[in-house]
Design a protein around this ligand. Structure first.
Ligand code: MTE
Ligand code: MO
Length: 246
């Protein structure tokens, strides 16, 4: 009883203090600052889940250039090329209930999304292309993604200057409907220069996040122990921002 009375008294004090604060000028500006913060946070989050613009077939760029690695300089990759990528696998691992190793055929059998979007590279060029592939969300759900997963890491077959290419995104971008694992560009199998046989399309992010020559997707709670800890090749070695939202 004593304890309850004390809590009730504290409650009254708290309510009293609150209305006093709200009455004062400082108090109401504090409250509106909090409201402002909330409104901005809400707007930022709904921006992040909104769809990016999709274009018409007529807008497709005549040439979609290859940038960064335009092939993979390993015997293994040359072997895959010779086999028409028939034996390429995509590993799904980390914080998932069912780790998977998916063939291209299995990926093609999943529900597909086709989208005509604009790619923006920080080096100052853009191109519009039509991409097709399963949504990353479909694969993460099939793998039983854990509540503990905060990031998805994309591993690639290539390296730049001896450093393996990799990138990562948070779960908002991973689960975004326009985040797909593309195996087609403009109605054709993905060309080697654009990341054959699989590359990410993360339409809410700048070009360098769109990992090409994709070999594995890994769910993790932290990026600290991945690469040099900054979340990607460009972040680790060239000081680029990890969040490259557009
Ligand atoms: N594996 C891998 N992915 C990569 C790169 C790379 O060099 N290796 N370059 C990135 C950059 S900077 C851009 S702009 C796009 C280029 O995609 P594109 O070759 O289809 O134009 O791929 C991104 N993904
Ligand atoms: Mo880029």
């Amino acid at each position: 009883m004593k304890r309850r009375a004390l809590i009730a008294a504290m409650g009254a004090m708290f309510v009293g203090a609150c209305s006093k604060v709200a009455d004062s000028k400082v108090g109401s500006s504090l409250l509106s600052a909090a409201e402002d913060w909330h409104r901005k946070a809400h707007r930022a989050l709904s921006n992040r889940t909104a769809l990016v613009r999709e274009y018409a077939r007529a807008d497709i760029s005549p040439v979609f250039r290859g940038n960064g690695s335009v092939t993979v300089d390993t015997d293994e990759y040359r072997q895959h090329m010779a086999e028409g990528f028939a034996n390429w696998r995509l590993e799904v691992s980390g914080l998932v209930r069912n780790p998977m190793s998916l063939s291209l055929e299995a990926l093609r059998k999943l529900p597909q999304r086709t989208q005509i979007t604009r790619h923006d590279c920080v080096e100052g060029w853009s191109a519009i292309g039509e991409w097709t592939g399963p949504q990353l969300a479909t694969i993460l759900e099939a793998a039983g993604i854990s509540e503990e997963a905060n990031f998805i890491v994309f591993r690639c077959a290539d390296a730049l200057g001896g450093n393996p290419y990799y990138e990562s995104v948070d779960m908002v971008d991973a689960m975004h409907p326009q985040t797909i694992i593309a195996h087609r560009l403009n109605g054709q199998s993905l060309p080697v220069k654009n990341g054959a046989p699989l590359r990410m399309r993360i339409e809410k992010q700048l070009g360098y996040k769109h990992a090409k020559y994709l070999t594995a997707i890994h769910a993790t709670s932290s990026l600290d122990d991945v690469g040099l800890g900054q979340g990607g090749y460009w972040e680790d070695h060239h000081g680029y921002q990890w969040y490259a939202g557009i």
